[in-house]
Design a protein around this ligand. Structure first.
Ligand SMILES: Cc1cc2nc3c(=O)[nH]c(=O)nc-3n(C[C@H](O)[C@H](O)[C@H](O)COP(=O)(O)OP(=O)(O)OC[C@H]3O[C@@H](n4cnc5c(N)ncnc54)[C@H](O)[C@@H]3O)c2cc1C
Length: 371
């Protein structure tokens, strides 16, 4: 099937890694992205060794690690600021950093540049209005009125995937957890070389992203899922950091630019049923969106891409490939969504107590397994 034509819907982490993986196997790939500016917000993302391994499989190891910051451990602090433990991360693969912090824009540039260099065609400001699958192929009607004919369609259009709604109108909708994350970038001081985690009901983290940059994330209960105007976001984040651990107090006063605060309600979604219909298949957040408590959401999208391309390259039919893809991904993604969510509910006090460190160890053991 390697000569098949594939439309990838969504130019985010999942869609771009899918495009790269499919081009590696020889497929003809078009990508459509609804955002005409192809913009990504400016804070960072944390990933573990399984993601570094998947990026290496995609031939992206040097670009990816070079654009980020490799680190070895998580430093745990009490809410008062007292240092409690250093948890060393296992090295899954010799000479690979066990963790990477990377700016989302830096990651997007690595993936976007490689997608284009690999020969995928990217069209911006376009969505797929109709997908007509007649069994032999899919005729796609685009939002600019043009049409295209593809052998396969990959829906990598995120948590609120329109592709998912088109093929599974009755699929569950994303569910808000009751918790949200506030994030802000700072200049990285030399001592922040690992992830610093201040545990408690109000979780605070400081993560290195590059030689010069780090970011802070702050998780807070936000009952009722309030919406915030951009104006006033910095003050709202500062207010939630009242009485901070002493080491963080100077940073809190630097949170002044409303435009640089990234606020996200935490939602999750997992499709228990089929992940494809006919010649259309889902990938990444479109099929399994997790809260970030184990830092594996984007990692799962990247691993999906490697596995999907692998199965498509060796299967005799799309049906065979899509079933094998789901089979290889289902248990791992389900565990990560459920375990991340259980940490979230434990922090909120809306679920049983969960030992975050123990769940993290389980996550590391699971994700160290080959995909
Ligand atoms: C607060 C927070 C922190 C996180 N931290 C981490 C972390 O530290 N580590 C980690 O691994 N993961 C993390 N994640 C998860 C990670 O961001 C997602 O899992 C990942 O972005 C999923 O990639 P995706 O490509 O599936 O979806 P997205 O990144 O959402 O990309 C979807 C793309 O599709 C486009 N699109 C949407 N609709 C359409 C349409 N109809 N047509 C065309 N294009 C469309 C969008 O514009 C977007 O570019 C975090 C998530 C949150 C919310």
């Amino acid at each position: 099937m390697n000569s098949a034509s594939v439309l990838v819907i969504g130019g985010g982490i999942g869609g771009l890694t899918a495009a790269i993986a499919l081009r590696q196997k020889g497929f003809a790939v078009d990508v459509i992205e609804k955002d005409p500016d192809w913009a990504v917000y400016g804070v960072g993302i944390l990933q573990q060794a399984n993601v570094v391994r998947a990026m290496a499989q995609l031939g992206l190891f040097e670009d990816y690690v070079g654009a980020g910051f490799g680190f070895d451990a998580v430093e745990i602090f009490a809410p008062t600021g007292q240092h409690m433990a250093t948890i060393k991360s296992p090295r899954v693969i010799e000479n690979y950093p066990p963790n990477i912090g990377i700016g989302r824009r830096a990651l997007h540039k690595v993936l976007g540049d490689r997608t284009i260099a690999a020969g995928a065609k990217v069209r911006l400001g376009i969505t797929a209005e109709r997908l007509d699958d007649d069994g032999a192929g899919v005729t796609v009607t685009f939002s600019d009125g043009t049409t295209g004919r593809y052998d396969l369609v990959v829906g990598a259009d995120g948590l609120y995937s329109k592709t998912r709604t088109q093929i599974f109108p009755d699929a569950p909708k994303p569910e808000f957890t009751g918790q949200a994350v506030w994030r802000y970038n700072f200049a990285r001081p030399p001592e922040i070389v690992n992830l610093h985690n201040y545990v408690g009901q109000r979780g605070i983290g400081l993560a290195p992203l590059s030689q010069t940059l780090m970011y802070m994330f702050l998780t807070t209960p936000e009952p009722g899922n309030p919406r915030f105007e951009r104006k006033g976001l910095a003050a709202a984040m500062q207010a939630r950091l009242a009485d901070p651990p002493p080491a963080l107090a100077p940073l809190v006063t630097q949170i002044t630019d409303d435009a640089e605060v990234v606020y996200k309600p935490l939602e999750w979604l997992f499709l228990e049923g089929a992940w494809h219909k006919g010649r259309v298949v889902l990938l990444g957040d479109a099929v399994h969106a997790t809260t970030p408590h184990l830092g594996q959401g984007a990692g799962m999208a990247i691993e999906d891409s490697v596995v999907l391309a692998d199965e498509l390259a060796r299967a005799a039919s799309p049906e065979q490939a899509f079933l094998a893809y789901r089979e290889r991904r289902f248990a791992r993604c389900k565990f990560l969504v459920e375990a991340s969510r259980s940490v979230c509910y434990s922090q909120l006090g809306t679920g049983p107590h969960v030992d975050h460190a123990q769940v993290t160890r389980e996550m590391l053991a699971l994700t160290a397994q080959p995909i």
